[in-house]
Write a protein that binds this ligand. Structure first.
Ligand code: BGP
Length: 484
């Protein structure tokens, strides 16, 4: 009973929130590099220059630009991703900290533009060398890297010159990039994730498109689905042992009452997200989506052979992020914050300071839904509590609230394994070390077991210190999740 012996305990990060070294090592710019800082209440902005030379800062969610505008870095504005918390220069120290906690896995992403500066066919050897050093360091400590190929970053050149994923050529470029990293790391990396939170890809930042209408989004997503499927197919050719998974966020919603209209509404809301698992596990467009396309007048440009690619390139496992649940109702109800999606308030749940409603039982629910609908092993690659931690006068950080959150979620994972029989491969809580928030760019919203001395404006020494949760999680790993 309990978690499997080789359970992948670890933690998660992403290049554009963790790595920094933005202008070093021959790296090219990505859309994430032109996203400014934000705050708890003010969303992050994306900065561009219009064809007429005017400069615009628009909200990074829901922005829409004229095609032709260029990425613009304003010298007076703070862009948190440029230095992030500087894994680029701290990787040995950070991997040693992971090893001290007993990590068996480390989820990170490769910055596409460090390997392909423009996102096109030109390969940057220095970029390949950097990640090789990282993976060798992981292997030295028996840590299994779990590598996301694309985590919310699109090469800026592809955004500017080709309108990002709306252009089919980008599929080929992505495959070139994948082949380069697969070939170089074929003996160092086994677990790959294609696109981070594929169900949240939209607009300039994540799809590199200048528009956000449904036609553009679904055309771009068609290309992303093809790219993901080809990444699976090509990866297996290079190393048949590779395990290549999908990655989605699962913002489960409940109906706020048992009225059939509310229950149906909740089902349809959840299906907006599980559509992505349907695509990547079954390998074809489900009928409900084809009906929606007809209803909305969406016409996808496809090529002969696309169906075969989607069918052949289904994933080996499902990975997902899970932070909160929400509520929908046939009536108007009060809403609360969430991870890139806002939902109704649940009177039975507490929320963090950002309004994300904490629901450990929801994690067991999601584990069951994913495992039994898709019959693939599942992996939790993000989960955690964002919180403004206080450093005490003696330097300690007593994050008992984080320990409580994680304990409750791990308990539910154990029930999913022991009682429900879910095949769970691993657990990689988000931001094992404090890093830049994806939603707002803040540092104040911290998730880590390790504190990083840096504030919202990038001031600080970047010194790493162990929080109370560091020792707690170390013990959890030592006992393979038996002692929480
Ligand atoms: C997910 C992203 C992560 C991460 C996390 C927490 O959507 O995949 O990159 O940041 O959410 O969100 P935030 O950083 O906004 O608190």
């Amino acid at each position: 009973m309990g978690f499997r012996k080789d359970f992948l305990w670890g933690g998660a990060t992403a290049a554009n929130q963790y790595e920094g070294g933005c202008f070093e090592g021959g790296r090219g710019l990505a859309t994430s590099d032109i996203i400014t800082n934000g705050s708890h209440t003010v969303p992050r902005r994306i900065s561009v220059k219009n064809p007429d030379g005017t400069v615009e800062f628009k909200e990074s969610r829901g922005s829409e630009f004229e095609f032709g505008c260029k990425g613009y870095i304003d010298p007076d504005t703070y862009y948190p991703s440029h230095r992030a918390v500087d894994f680029y220069h701290h990787y040995e120290e950070d991997i040693a900290l992971m090893a001290e906690m007993g990590f068996r896995s480390f989820r990170m992403s490769i910055s596409w533009t460090r390997i392909c500066p423009k996102g096109t066919d030109e390969i940057n050897e220095e970029g390949l060398d950097f990640y090789e050093k990282v993976f060798l360091e992981c292997r030295k400590h028996n840590i299994e890297p779990v590598v996301t190929l694309c985590h919310f970053d699109v090469p800026l050149y592809l955004f500017e010159e080709m309108d990002g994923w709306s252009d089919r050529r980008v599929v080929g470029y992505f495959v070139t990039y994948c082949r380069a990293v697969y070939a170089r790391y074929k003996d160092l990396v086994k677990y790959w994730l294609t696109f981070n939170e594929i169900n949240f890809l939209n607009g300039a930042k994540n799809l590199g498109t200048h528009k956000i209408d449904d036609q553009t989004r679904f055309q771009a997503l068609h290309h992303v689905f093809l790219a993901s499927a080809l990444a699976v197919i090509e990866g297996h050719k290079i190393n048949p042992e590779f395990q290549i998974g999908m990655m989605m966020n699962y913002p489960l919603v409940y109906a706020d009452d048992c009225h059939p209209d509310s229950v149906m509404k909740a089902e349809l809301e959840n299906r907006k997200h599980t559509f992505f698992a349907d695509m990547q596990c079954f390998g074809y467009y489900p009928e409900y989506k084809l009906k929606e396309f007809v209803r909305k007048g969406i016409v996808l440009k496809t090529e002969p052979g696309d169906d075969a690619i989607l069918k052949e390139g289904t994933v080996d496992f499902i990975s997902f992020s899970y932070y909160h649940t929400g509520v929908v109702s046939r009536n108007d109800i009060e809403t609360t914050g969430g991870n890139l999606v806002n939902h109704g308030k649940n009177k039975y749940l507490k929320a963090n300071a950002w309004g994300w409603q904490i629901d450990a039982v929801g994690l067991r629910n999601v584990l069951n839904r994913l495992y039994y609908n898709y019959r693939r092993p599942v992996m939790i690659v993000e989960n955690g509590l964002g919180s403004a931690d206080e450093v005490e006068a003696d330097g300690s950080i007593n994050d008992d609230y984080r320990i409580d959150y994680l304990r409750q979620h791990i308990e539910q994972m154990r029930l999913a394994v022991d009682e429900d029989g879910v095949d769970l491969l691993g657990y990689m809580p988000w931001g094992w070390i404090d890093l830049v928030s994806a939603g707002t760019g803040e540092m104040k919203k911290r998730y880590g077991f390790v504190y990083v001395d840096m504030d919202d404006l990038g001031n600080g020494t970047l010194k790493r210190s162990r929080k109370k949760s560091f020792w707690w999680y170390k013990h959890v790993i030592e006992t393979n999740g038996e002692e929480l």
